[in-house]
Design a protein around this ligand. Structure first.
Ligand SMILES: *Cc1c(COP(=O)(O)O)cnc(C)c1O
Length: 353
């Protein structure tokens, strides 16, 4: 037996990712509730039905809902259902589907090409999108079909309601379908404080990959098709890709726990608030600068190598390979003010201030 209790405690020593956190009580209790009795398999159960109904209420529309195990599957299978292999997907150069999914979007779509556009603060530049789509119309160019955006972005920033509407308008004009990678969509909603429908289907989003994992679940993302026609045979696609859970109720039940209790919003707001506090602590230290507007639950900072090393030597975890460099500090539902205080204390000590 592996004695996990002999490992050094990690909880208070990480800002690496929101997926380092455990399962929040509301999600765990919902799984326990779904575990009390037998249920039909492959999604033909009352938990899945209820979770789908709650998500339809949440978005105030009759969308098609599917549950898959993780974000890479959600994104790549959703994208594959939006395009043919000779099409292309336009997205930001730092997007997760380009840099962190091991080519899954191309693989599951049988070779659909990803076309990258730049843009400040992790957000696509709309002129660049238009140029990328319109610069060629001949048969030799992979026909642009999908515009993929991430909300909140990989750099912890946020598309505003106006920006989303502009994206939706442009996509319509260019005959592009819109995919939203919402692995941190809850954090975006907490920050924007608008009804979910305003920043999704009303702004022209065809399919949203709504993240549960980083919000506090054990695993699982909901693929939400606002454009129901695009969901045709998506169940087969999931099955073939190994993403049809036979005990589906355990992917679905946490959504019930999160949505009915409002925990999704409480935790997302909490994570955002923690990031705000962490940002202010980082700003107090000379030699440290903040990279992007902090709008969600991530803070990106530039700091001298000796501070980075000093923090690592004291057991702090964080990433330095995301986006365009810098150290990324990510807060979650489980982050505490004490975590931030302890981090700030170590930070001041290693910085010698
Ligand atoms: C975490 C994340 C995902 C999902 O990643 P998986 O590890 O496949 O669950 C998708 N998009 C973004 C922007 C992410 O940060």
């Amino acid at each position: 037996m592996i004695d996990v209790t002999s490992q050094p405690p990690m909880h208070h020593y990480q800002f690496a990712s929101d997926n380092y956190a455990g399962i929040c009580p509301e999600a765990l209790e919902a799984m326990a509730a779904a575990n009390r009795d037998y249920a039909c398999s492959y999604g033909d159960d009352p938990w899945t039905e209820r979770a789908c109904a709650l998500l339809r209420d949440f978005f105030e529309t009759d969308c098609e809902v599917f549950f898959v195990f993780n974000g890479t599957a959600a994104n790549s299978l959703a994208l594959a259902s939006l395009c043919q292999s000779y099409h292309s997907i336009v997205c930001h150069e730092t997007s997760h589907i380009e840099t962190d999914e091991c080519g899954a979007a191309e693989f599951f779509s049988n070779g659909t090409k990803i076309l990258l556009v730049p843009g400040e603060n992790g957000k696509i530049d709309l002129d660049a999108v238009q140029h990328t789509v319109e610069r060629r119309s001949d048969i030799h160019y992979p026909k642009p079909k999908v515009l993929s955006i991430t909300q909140t972005t990989e750099l912890g920033t946020l598309y505003s309601l106006d920006e989303l509407q502009a994206i939706g308008d442009l996509a319509k004009r260019l005959s592009l379908r819109v995919h939203m990678d919402g692995s941190r969509f809850a954090n975006a909603l907490a920050a924007l404080q608008v009804p979910p429908k305003e920043v999704t289907w009303k702004a022209g989003v065809d399919v949203l990959c709504f993240g549960g994992t980083k919000n506090g679940m054990a695993m699982g993302e909901a693929v939400i098709f606002f454009n129901r026609q695009l969901a045709s045979e998506f169940d087969y696609r999931c099955k073939q890709a190994g993403q049809l859970a036979s005990k589906m109720r355990f992917l679905a039940a946490p959504w019930i726990g999160m949505l009915e209790s409002g925990a999704w919003l409480r935790y997302a707001s909490h994570a955002n608030d923690c990031a705000r506090l962490l940002e202010s602590r980082l700003r107090e230290v000379p030699g440290i600068s903040i990279r992007f507007p902090r709008q969600g639950n991530a803070v990106f900072a530039d700091m001298p190598p000796q501070i980075l090393d000093g923090l690592r030597n004291r057991g702090w975890h964080f990433y330095t390979f995301i986006g365009a460099g810098g150290a990324r500090f990510m807060c979650s539902w489980a982050t505490t003010e004490a975590d931030i205080d302890a981090f700030a204390r170590d930070l001041r000590e290693v910085a010698g201030t």
